[in-house]
Design a binder for this molecule. Sequence first.
Ligand SMILES: [Zn+2]
Length: 255
Amino acid sequence: MKITKDNYYSQEADRETMSVSQYKLWVQCEYKALALIQGKYKRVETDAFLLGKYIHAWSEGKLEQFKKENPQLFSSRGATKGDLKADYKVADSMIKALENDSNCMKFLEGEKEVIIQGELFGIHWRGMVDVLNLEKGFFSDLKTTQGIHKKYGGLTFIEHYGYVEQMAIYRELIKQQFGKDLIPYIVAVEKNDNPLKAIIKVDDRYTAPKLEEIGYNIEKIIKVKTEEEEPCSCGLCDYCRSVNKVTSILTIDDL
Ligand SMILES: [Zn+2]
């Protein structure tokens, strides 16, 4: 199938292609990923997700349209009726901080929301690049984060949320589609009123081992996706909790 902006987030697109977010789901829980492909599980859109979309709509130059399409951004009662809810006022502060930073703006300049596709590790992938700048030789992704220097079990937010995988795959897909090896950057902005910002280069040192790891993991994923092998249940995620009605016995070492 040809991936377009209209079908990018469809179940059919998930069935026919691999995306980085789908890959991350497979690694987290095969049971949940398979349920997603089969339409038995739907990702829930959290407030944090909507905040990210708000900032992306701004980056694309479509914020006014986005506000019109999402009335839930505005308070619907009381004295603040019609005002932006507090969460999205924060988003406006984040946007202002980016707008006033000429370096961040430079790395957000280029073609926006570009769909990329290609073959990697024997499977068809799709992706959507936030900012593609073939002329200046880079692509970038705009990320919102709790804290730029926050660590998650010793990992940076970039590693913890699988952004290294994303940049590694996107770099390969861009190579295939445009014949150019571009440098990946993450433009990050914290989710608060006075946010720290950063422009982070995601270099080979991080992406090369991740590509190897993806190549290794994908073999099993393809087998489960094509129902050649049974999926493993992680027993921990929201989907497993909702379907596993029988508790198994653990030892303290399992905790
Ligand atoms: Zn699970």
